[in-house]
Write a protein that binds this ligand. Structure first.
Ligand code: MET
Ligand SMILES: [Zn+2]
Length: 772
């Protein structure tokens, strides 16, 4: 019999119950018992849901109070020294996750420990807590592993439960050397033998507790692996296979891409089953089928765990039948491509959404239905699920034919894009002269990255508009007042290039999505970003159309208030793409180009209205990089083209800025160069100067504003501190190319600290001008 299961389920809950419970605990409103009981109920609800939908096996251990990688660290006793004096259990756990500050009491000294580092989980927007390893890191299985207790709970409910573990090799690869351990001498795979002892002990205990299959996630198998990493796999899995008196069966799961050249490695491993991602990489099925050992099971990742569209079930069945023909039904599992953690809980609550579009969507709960239908079709024949299959085909057809997805004018424009639209009219040198003549900026020109503090009043104003307590006009009056205050503030501080402050924007992507056709918004489509923090990505369902200017009114109003140059602020096409759920019926490139054309029009309108400087933010360009290096160039080629398409429709005298943050720029340097922005402002105040040496090495010739004020912290940097920072920077960059600015937008900060910090920032620039 073909069985169905998901690799993991969204942990946050239909109504973000996890958020309420955990944040309630942090604020002291919820006690430990309530918290633990609450998450216990939530777990059970999610398992029951999967079983009720007809799935044969439920994952156990995928849920977490904060993060499953942190859970793995705690499971094996990988707790950095600075948390070891805290109470083990929840106190240490949440301190690792988010830091802990507590004033001294009579009996205890003050505690002030920062959080551990957080990083993006592969190419998702989920962030995990980075494990920290000592040179001789010890591993010690927790006395009461949470996964054992959860296995017992699931089994007590009569469910077929499959514990989920992060595999040892991926776990080691995700970590970093602890503070004080030199990266050069650190060999993570030297830790493998000790780590395996702990894994074996855990697998033994899971077997004793009744587990028959364990899911071991090794997503690193879809990456380019070093020789050391490849060598670690056979060592690790030979040892794990012997656990549980060899009775336990291991399902090794890979996801987020093709196993590619790691397939040979995979087939050497003594495991009982393999899971591959057939949503991202359906083409790997044949090779995997051929490589599989005689008794090995294959879990088919058919239902996409990374997007929100209904699957094409006919297509999925074709792939599944191929597997069944080769392996027989008993060795085939139908599954989600990855954990469903990366999609929202259910479309059931989306009552406000356009019904036609809602019919195209499948969130996690609906994806469970799809899995059940696939298994039934394979086991009992398609007639057993005829209605569901017909309905699925009808939806696919309706979507493909809908006038909502296709806009002839957008299509026509896409066809007429010319190579000349990817280039400015002249080279930077000549643009620079023309822009200088127009703007007459001093050396070390000062500016900000765009947003100013989003105070409570600003958020309340937006809420009033949303609830209908305010008319659009009342809201506009409020926003104008905010703009005026922001302009006057910048004049008073003495900045050179001003911004309007972005007070009318909830979020830098959502704001533009709301003004464009082709976007739809969910009410409850929350997806975990980190810990209890969720994001609600907008959904791009159709061709992009800009019905009218999106930022013109506010920007022109802001410019009318001052004789200083006003900078128009736009979000770039790649960032819009990257931070949305994207349609799957055309290449990402095409969607990016459509967005780029809409932004190009906005840029033209701003220029025509006399705005001399326009910034197009691309903070997400780096995170769009594919997981495999071989795919980087193709991505960067169209990503940079999209930026160019959005930004080059202006005359030489109009100055184009871009902004990037959270980036390791070294990887994408030639791409940054090709973007050819007149000015690039970057996040740099936290990262070291290595970043800047890249600009020097690659002889970057356009203007650069390396952030000298870290806006992620409430600290106000002193004049001295920023001066030092800037003089260090000037060792790498020519004086006449440097701008002076914060490292990102100021929207999360308060006015007093922004005033103090920007006053210092301007003082630094002025002092430099006098000196130079
Ligand atoms: C994450 S980058 C943010 C850029 C945006 N213009 C802002 O200042 O908020
Ligand atoms: Zn930024």
């Amino acid at each position: 019999m073909v069985t169905a299961s998901a690799l993991g389920f969204p942990r946050i809950g239909a109504k973000r119950e996890l958020k309420r419970l955990v944040e309630g605990y942090w604020s002291g409103k919820t006690d430990t018992a309530e918290l633990l009981d609450g998450v216990h109920q939530l777990r059970i609800r999610h398992w029951r849901l999967q079983a009720d939908k007809g799935l044969d096996t439920v994952p156990v251990g995928d849920a977490s109070l904060y993060d499953h990688v942190l859970d793995t660290s705690v499971l094996f006793g990988v707790v950095p020294v600075r948390y070891q004096s805290l109470q083990p259990g929840l106190e240490a756990y949440f301190a690792m996750a988010r830091g802990l500050q507590r004033p001294a009491t009579e009996s205890a000294p003050a505690i002030d420990v920062p959080a551990m580092e957080m990083k993006k989980w592969f190419d998702t927007n989920y962030h995990y807590i980075v494990p920290e390893f000592e040179q001789n890191q010890a591993f010690q299985l927790a006395d009461e592993p949470k996964i054992l207790a959860e296995l017992a709970e699931a089994r007590a409910l009569g469910l077929q439960a499959r514990p989920v573990l992060l595999g040892p090799v991926s776990y080691l690869l995700l970590g970093k050397p602890a503070r004080g351990v030199s990266a050069a001498s650190f060999d993570r795979f030297a830790l493998l033998p000790a780590l395996l002892v702990a894994y074996v002990e855990l697998l033994d205990r899971l077997t004793a507790a009744g587990a028959t299959w364990v899911q071991i996630d090794e997503p690193a198998l879809v990456l380019d692996l070093s020789d050391a990493a490849r060598a670690a796999y056979p060592i690790a899995y030979r040892q794990l296979a012997a656990a549980g008196q060899s009775k336990l069966r291991l399902l090794l799961t890979t996801y987020f891409g093709s196993v590619g050249n790691n397939l040979d490695l995979l087939t050497q491993l003594p495991i009982h089953g393999v899971h591959v991602d057939l949503a991202r990489a359906p083409e790997q099925l044949d090779a995997v089928l051929n490589a599989l050992g005689a008794d090995q099971h294959l879990s088919l990742g058919l239902i996409n765990g990374r997007n929100i569209w209904k699957a094409n079930l006919a297509h999925a069945l074709t792939l599944a039948r191929k597997a069944v023909a080769k392996l027989g039904t008993d060795r085939v599992i139908v599954s989600s491509s990855s954990s469903l953690l990366h999609v929202p809980h259910s479309t059931a609550g989306e009552t406000a959404m356009d019904a036609e579009i809602r019919d195209w969507l499948a969130f996690a709960t609906e994806k469970l239905d799809e899995l059940a239908v696939l298994a039934k079709a394979l086991n009992n024949g398609e007639d057993a699920v005829r209605d569901a299959l017909d309905d699925n085909a009808r939806v696919a057809q309706a979507r493909a034919a809908s006038s909502r997805t296709h806009n002839p004018e957008t299509q026509r424009r896409l066809q007429t894009v010319q190579p000349s639209m990817f280039k400015r009219q002249t080279a930077f040198e000549s643009r620079r002269a023309q822009q200088q003549a127009r703007l007459k900026l001093p050396r070390f020109a000062t500016t900000t990255v765009g947003s100013f503090p989003q105070t409570r009043e600003v958020r309340q104003a937006r809420a009033k508009l949303r609830k209908g307590e305010w008319t659009q006009d009342e809201y506009a009056v409020f926003i104008r007042a905010e703009i005026e205050r922001t302009v006057r503030f910048q004049e008073r501080i003495g900045l050179d290039v001003l911004v309007h402050g972005e007070s009318e924007r909830n979020d830098m992507v959502e704001f533009f999505g709301e003004s464009l056709q082709g976007y739809v918004f969910s009410q409850g489509g929350w997806v975990s970003s980190y810990g209890t923090r969720c994001v609600k990505p907008p959904i791009i369902y159709g061709d992009i159309v800009r019905p009218k200017p999106m930022t013109l009114d506010e920007t022109v109003y802001a410019q009318s208030l001052t004789s200083l140059p006003m900078k128009g602020m736009l979000t770039g096409p790649i960032t819009c793409l990257q931070w949305s759920f994207v349609r799957d019926d055309q290449p990402r490139r095409d969607t990016a180009f459509q967005l780029a054309l809409a932004i190009r029009d906005e840029v033209s309108d701003l220029e025509a209205a006399g705005i001399p400087v326009i910034q197009i933010d691309e903070p997400a360009i780096r995170e769009g990089l594919p997981l495999r290096r071989a795919d980087w160039d193709a991505y960067l080629a169209w990503a940079v083209d999209a930026f160019l398409l959005s930004s080059t429709g202006v005359s030489d005298a109009t100055q184009i800025h871009t902004h990037m943050c959270y980036s390791d720029f070294n990887d994408i340097f030639s791409a940054i160069k090709r973007m050819d922005a007149d000015v690039i402002t970057i996040e740099n105040s936290r990262s070291d100067l290595k970043l800047l040496s890249a600009f020097e090495q690659h002889s970057y010739t356009n203007w650069i504003g390396p952030g000298i004020y870290d806006i992620h912290s409430p600290r106000v940097p002193s004049v001295e501190e920023m001066k030092e920072r800037l003089s260090a920077i000037l060792q790498f960059l020519p004086n006449d190319l440097v701008w002076v600015n914060p490292d990102c937008g100021l929207k999360t900060r308060g006015w007093p600290e922004v005033e103090a910090a920007l006053t210092n920032l301007v003082a630094v620039a002025r002092a430099l001008r006098e000196k130079a």
